[in-house]
Design a protein around this ligand. Structure first.
Ligand code: C2E
Ligand code: MG
Ligand code: MG
Ligand code: MG
Length: 275
């Protein structure tokens, strides 16, 4: 009896595994065609300063699938990374952001706005990454200082020297770097001080309970103090309430991003919000 049940368990497990494998394969097949079918959109979320003036936006990718609907990057970026599709997708993101910067540059109410884009480690480690970014910036004739690349601490896991060289080359043409999700990953302070960064981005997990949680308050104060002594700009992500913003402002974090100021939205809606 036990043996029989056991066998059934195994068969059930196999079926679940098979379903997972099929779902992934189907997603992968669709993802391969998503670029040529123009199914990606770049959403924009505002970034503001302590006077609540808009200083820029983060570009966040969305996949608009005819059957699946709006697919969140959390559900396809890791697959894109595993399959290498993140490379052409990443190029599309860069081009889209640069085209938008170009459009903003031509209007005096928007010409100083920055755009941040997320860059996967795999993308940043491709041998022609520097050339790709430069090509994109040149093609749209943008001011490179308005383009910010967001990297995560996972970039520090191996061959840090290569990454520093890549970042340095891009910094020389004026491009800025922000360290995303800061505090959640592997962060050797030894490496951190060597990276040519412009900004630290405090992860939203520390911001969430900042109005009540003393440990989070201590961590955030420490990140802000460290950023300040390394002469880095600091931005908090996931700011949803006035209380969170007040705490951050009182502790000299002067840039914020989160639902309190605006959700990520398609460009048309974003531009309405700007006005
Ligand atoms: P991230 O770069 O850390 O982006 C922040 C995430 O927090 C975004 O989720 C954003 O929509 C969400 N968020 C913003 N404000 C709030 C808030 O006030 N409260 C809460 N609870 N959440 C907030 P999203 O858009 O789903 O993106 C998830 C992650 O996917 C991003 O995290 C980033 O790591 C990755 N990603 C997004 N776009 C791209 C891309 O173009 N390329 C790559 N490689 N990764 C991307
Ligand atoms: Mg980001
Ligand atoms: Mg983040
Ligand atoms: Mg995050």
């Amino acid at each position: 009896q036990a043996k029989k049940a056991g066998r059934n368990d195994i068969r059930f497990f196999d079926q679940q595994m098979q379903d997972t494998i099929n779902a992934r394969a189907s997603m992968e097949k669709d993802l391969h065609k998503a670029l040529e079918r123009e199914q990606f959109q770049l959403y924009y979320q505002v970034q503001v300063n302590s006077s609540r003036q808009v200083v820029g936006a983060e570009g966040l990718i969305r996949w608009v699938h005819p059957k699946r609907g709006l697919v969140s990057p959390c559900d396809f970026i890791s697959l894109a990374e595993e399959t290498g599709l993140i490379l052409p997708i990443g190029e599309w993101v860069l081009d889209t952001a640069c085209a938008q910067l170009k459009a903003w540059q031509q209007d005096e109410t928007t010409h100083q706005l920055t755009i941040s884009v997320n860059v996967s480690t795999k993308q940043c480690r491709q041998s022609d990454f520097v050339a790709l970014v430069k090509t994109s910036a040149n093609k749209f004739d943008i001011n490179p200082a308005l383009l910010k690349l967001e990297l995560t601490e996972s970039i520090l896991l191996e061959n840090v020297e290569d990454i520093i060289a890549t970042m340095q080359e891009l910094k020389e043409v004026g491009i800025h770097f922000s360290l995303d999700d800061f505090g959640t990953g592997y962060s050797s302070l030894q490496y951190l001080k060597q990276l040519p960064l412009h900004q630290l981005k405090i992860d939203q997990s520390f911001v969430r309970n900042i109005a009540i949680d003393h440990s989070d308050q201590a961590i955030v104060r420490t990140i802000i103090a460290m950023a300040s002594s390394l002469e880095l700009n600091v931005i908090a992500e996931g700011v949803e309430t006035e209380e969170q913003q007040k705490f951050l402002q009182k502790n000299h974090c002067n840039h914020y991003q989160g639902y309190l100021f605006g959700k990520p939205s398609p460009i048309d809606q974003f531009e309405v919000l700007l006005k």
